[in-house]
Design a protein. Structure first.
Length: 135
């Protein structure tokens, strides 16, 4: 089983397995309520907690289009590159920064900034209309 896990997680596997073992030992004798509270406290600190996630293709100005996750939270839209070691979004917009958005079959356009200097971000996705409804 460990070889399959290592194949999926790649070089992160040994570190992740070690972290899991340490966590397990830490909570081995704890009451279930204490473990649940610790879990919820940790999860709420994660950057994608409470977000609706969508698979998209994104490339600033159509350069280097790559697979990404579009994360919609209560206050912002974030675009995260898919891959190990991603600790910050490639693009993040607070809803107050967004001037307009519009879905088309296969893509979603998001215009931010002001009328003098607008910025256009386009994500390619089959779920453009669903994303627009959530925004």
């Amino acid at each position: 089983a460990q070889s399959k896990t290592k194949g999926v997680l790649g070089p992160l596997a040994p570190s992740l397995i070690q972290q899991c073992m340490v966590s397990f030992q830490q909570f081995a004798n704890a009451k279930p309520a204490a473990v649940e509270l610790a879990y919820l406290s940790k999860v709420k600190t994660l950057p994608l907690y409470g977000c609706s996630l969508f698979n998209v293709q994104y490339g600033a100005q159509k350069k280097k289009v790559r697979p990404c996750l579009l994360a919609l939270s209560e206050s912002s839209i974030q675009i995260w590159e898919v891959g190990p070691g991603q600790k910050a979004p490639a693009r993040s917009l607070e809803y107050a920064e967004i001037a307009s958005w519009g879905p088309k079959p296969g893509s979603l356009s998001i215009i931010s900034g002001n009328l003098v200097n607008p910025t256009l971000d386009v994500v390619e996705t089959a779920e453009s209309f669903e994303i627009a409804e959530v925004i």
